[in-house]
Every structure is written in structure tokens, then in C-alpha cells.
Design a binder for this molecule. Sequence first.
Ligand code: 5AD
Ligand code: SF4
Length: 418
Amino acid sequence: MNVHDSEKIAAKLIEQGYNLTDDINFADLILFNTCSIRQKAEQKFYSELGKVKLIKRKKPQLKIAVAGCIAQQEGRAFKKKRPFVDIILGTQNIDQLDTLLNGGIAIDQKDDVNALELTAERQDKVKAFVNIMFGCNNYCSYCVVPYTRGRERSRSSQSILNEIQELGTAGYKEITLLGQNVNSYKSDCSFPKLLSLIHQIEGIERIRFVTSHPKDLDDDLIDTMSQLQKVCNHIHLPLQSGSNAIIKAMNRIYTYEQFKEKTIKLRKTIPEIAITSDIIAGFPGETDSDHNQTITALKEIQFDGIYAFKYSKRPKTKAATMDGHIDEEIKVNRLKEILEVQELTTGNINKKLEGNIFNVMVEGRSETNKNRWCGRTTSNKIVNFDPLPSLIPFAGMFIDIKIIQGFRHSLDGEIVKP
Ligand code: 5AD
Ligand code: SF4
């Protein structure tokens, strides 16, 4: 979500005559698009801001801007505390950036879809993000997002389809639909219906979406995913905890049993689907027994991968005022155990893929070895492979790759000769 917001911010600045630079010392304007989901993200930003403050001391004409969730959360107080920051831009105010370039604050929450339907300076030539809904009404008790991103609102299907049509014409092959609760999309049509409309757009070969809330994953969506060949075999479905008491305290509105049932249904209907998840370690009041239930859940469900985090206290949230905050050391140990259990599962799952052939969309040269190439399976697994003298890959190409070795974070494969 933030990466795509940055693309919209960049487009807005380019419209005003700015160019992007990789060298911070050349910059006339430095803009931070911030995240406040956990304290660690905030800390990273404040340490970078400190460095930029020093640059500004030597170059007073440099403009500094802070956008995103921290800007939204801190508002005017932020500028009072740090007068060297020129521009404060809220999450729903990117459209106003052009009026603030000499300094100013825009943080009013408009809850208006139009304010965010903006052109983006996309960083990739074959994969594109497309917002379909903004904000969140769920108020999970640990989460700051409903306060920083406002109420849930969905774009009209026509506006989304127009944008994707343009992407298809421009040569984009894969789109990722974005929303805090992407499958709560509610507009002039349902989310499954929207998927079927996007499916008809020429040029687009793969459709992904993040992040899904388990409460909105119904049979209609599962059936639609299985029927539409362009919809990728992957779903990110955050469980957060394996303990019903904690899930309830988190205000997540499902039980572990209901969640598990949905993963069984998904795998039955779409056998090749990869299911990934998010887990929070050390939510207030979490006992050893609750934690052990999360460990059991990971072993039972066997996610393809997870993102796991230590619980982080966020301003305004209900959990911040709950009793039973957990000691840092216990959180660290629980997180470690969660990650260890998952690493084993991910390793085993990826090992089992050895010998199989997958259609891979090439994304570019491999990060770790520029002589090799990398791409992804529809199940979102990264595959590294060598080119052939007779077949030099390019980004956006689809190739069949045989998996030779499965690792924890990627797969190694070889091109199946056509
Ligand atoms: N502490 C730890 N993790 C959090 N997340 C959201 N808020 C917090 C918090 N306060 C995690 C959830 C969510 C993911 C995007 O970030 O697991 O699914
Ligand atoms: Fe945060 Fe819950 Fe909304 Fe996701 S669904 S953004 S975790 S409040």
C-alpha cells in the first residue's frame, strides 16, 4: 500500500517538474512516506529523519516532507516539535501535494475515494499495484490503521477496470489489487464479480490481491478463484493467533476452527494454492498456553510462509490500554519459536516441489547473482534459474521451469526446453 502511495506521490511531483534522484545529496526535496504499523517502523523513520536534518543544516533551501501514517497520526504537533520539516502530508491528501511545495500541512481525513484516484509513476514495467478499496472499519484491537487510513471505502468497478485496461494496453502482465481488507470490497459489484470483470481484460495474465480478511473469505470467492485461471494460486490470510481467547481479544471475529475450515476448503477447491499468513507474538494477556495454541495452529495448518511480529503497542488502540502486557524477553522468545516452527514447514513444503514444473513469470535478474534470472510461480514462490544460450529471458516473459531444489525462501530451477 505504501509503495503504491509513493508511486502516486512521485507522479504528483513529476507533474510539478521534479525528477527522481537516487543520490540524497542532489535532492531539492526529500519526502518520507512513513509507516506506523509497529514501533520499529517508526523508529527507522526517526533515525533517517535525524540524518536528513543534518543535510538541511548545510543546505537550508532543502525541503523536507513527511507523508503517510506517521504524518497522519502526529499531525500539527509533529511540525511544532520539528520545525525543520516543511511539509506534512496525510494519507488522504496526496492530491494536495502540489499546493504545499513551499511548505504546509494537509492532514484532513476526507474519506473520499476521488482524492486517492491518482496517476502513479510505476516502478515496474510488468507488475502493477491497483487500489480497489481504502481504509478499514474492523478495529482489530492492536491495529492503528483505522485511525491513520480512515473509514472503508471502495472505488467504482468502472474506474478500476479503466485503470487496469490502460495497464494491459501498456504491456503490464500482472496486477495486484490492494486494500486493507481487499475482499471486503463493496461497491456497485461484489469482489468475486470484480475479479471476473478484470479477468476479461486483454494483456493482463495474472491477478493477485492483498490483504484478505478471513471473515470475508466465503465460498463464492473460493469458487471464483478456482474458476478464473488468471487469479493466482495464492492467498495471504492473516490468522494472528491460534488461541480463540486471543483472537477474540484482538476483535478478529472468527474462531481458530472457522479459520482452519476455510484453509481446508481453499486447498480442496484449489489444490495448488499457497496460503501465507501473519502472526503476532505476545499480544497483551497471552499466556504460555495461548502461545502453544499458535504453535499447534502453525503445525496443523502448514502455511507456505508467514510474517510474524512481536506485539507492538500503538497509540489510540484498545489493546494499548489492556492489562497483561508481555515482557519484551518473552515476546522475543515466542517470536523465535514461531519463526523456527514456520521455517521448518516452509522448507518441507518447498522441498516437496522439487521435480515439478511451474509456469513462471520472469521478473528480472536475480538479486544475488546477476547472471541468473528470477521470477515467480502463480503461488508467489520466487524461482531462480540460468538463461539458456537459445533462450534469454526478459521481464514479463512466461517460461516453464522445472524445480531442482527447494529452499526456505526461494526455489532453484531450470528452464524446460520448449
Ligand atoms: N503489533 C504487531 N503487529 C501488528 N500488526 C498490525 N498491528 C500490529 C501491532 N500493533 C501486524 C498484523 C497485520 C500486519 C500487517 O501487521 O499481523 O496483519
Ligand atoms: Fe488493521 Fe485489522 Fe484493519 Fe487489518 S483488518 S488493517 S489488522 S484493523
